[in-house]
Design a protein around this ligand. Sequence first.
Ligand code: BES
Ligand code: ZN
Length: 498
Amino acid sequence: MSPIDDFLQYVDDNQSGFIDRLRDAVAIKSVSGDASLRPDVQNMVDWFDGQLRSYGVQTEQVDLGYQTVDGQQLKLPNAILGRIGDDPNKKTVLVYGHMDVQPAEKSDGWNTDPFTLTIDDQDRMFGRGSTDDKGPICAWVNVLEAHSAKQLDLPVNLRFCFEAMEESGSEGLDDLINKEAAKGEDGYFDNVDCVCISDNYWLNARTPIVTYGLRGVAYFEVTIGGPAQDLHSGMWGNVVHEPMTDLFNIMSQLVRGDGYILVEGVYSGIDDPTPEELALYNALDYTMDDFKSAVGGDIGLSEDVSQLLMGRMRWPSLSLHGIRGASSDETSKTVIPATVTGKFSLRLVPPQTPEDIEKKVKTYIEKVFNTLNTKSTLKEVVMTSGGMPWITDDKNWSYKAADDATMDVYGQNPDHCREGGSIPVTLTFSDALKVPVLLLPVGRGDDGAHSTNEKLDISNYMGGTKLLGTYLYKVAASETGEARRAPNKQKLPARALP
Ligand code: BES
Ligand code: ZN
């Protein structure tokens, strides 16, 4: 049997062990956004560290220091750097993934306990992190296990960079990546030929994709204050300026109901799609039914599915997320809240940058506030986190290897597309290493990442394990040629996109 067939056979024979791996990973509550769970996040790091080591990866946990949350110093979970293989005749693939997850409580609307992997009669594995991103990184560990158990030589040298703060802005990771890249021969990223990230999803539930673009993000909080303390609305309603009313007025002038962003200047530099680009969106395997089942209703901003896809992938968006400081959902308190903070974020596309958007948003909110004729105070507008958008050439050897691997495993060519979510570290890798970066998803569009009842189909988990492993064999067999050090297309205007 050829090594790759041996590998594929091992995967087929070891489904239940692979599922146990994911079950163990899901059981650890590595919610990076919940300070009280920070010890569990570090436990998750230790657990993955142990997994990598047990299959021969040399690892190092890197201390990323502290972050400040509500004036308190909070220890960041360690990142893991790892290496296996140092053969100068092999290519070297750097794998990135994240071990942290979004918060989840059964009471949010889960049908099962979010931290107990539960398999239903359609072979779907439900649990927080099943698809984002514990399933995909367990799939990488499955690949290692198969090679170790069968004593197969890995076809490439592998490097790992696993972090546990991705869902909370990847604190500390950019510095680590840049430092490590600057170490050259002495660093973990020396001689890396390409980066592979599996942290997104197919567009629909049937067609594999590879992804060559992500939107960036700029997250804002706007705070309005007024009275010294909360007031009784019976005594002071229609007597004082109310911060909440002012905040709603501001929030209502950020974006229109049809999705058009009202902040002045945000669209500057973003060109309309050319006919060639439109054709790309028309060719993607995505139907109105796919869309409706993903969102749970007929609620699209357009009747044209290509327009919906472009709204997600090649235009910016602005979403309102919530209000802090107001009466909670459960109560009907008749109070006038003294100070309220509105939360919203923009998803960015080239050539937008978080810095430029921050200036435009601040200027715009101050202008709107001044039209309100209120005696409330605009206390602050802060961009709490920002990440650059990313887009790359999808014609290089690494994408070709992903196409070939997909054809072998799923019997079809993947669609190539951009994606609407953000993984800010992608651009950091691209800039620091100047090698092709590929997003190769494991899960499906209906997995419900970040949502209640997040799941990963067993077929995607097993297919994904085969896909990631097969990709390594295809990379090993690639002619890298001139495209090996592919230029980063980040700075090109939208019109020039592939
Ligand atoms: N896996 C997602 C990124 C993603 C989401 C890719 C949807 C493609 C489609 C990742 O874990 C994530 O959620 N990232 C955050 C980043 C933010 C905190 C900077 C996001 O997109 O909200
Ligand atoms: Zn993720």
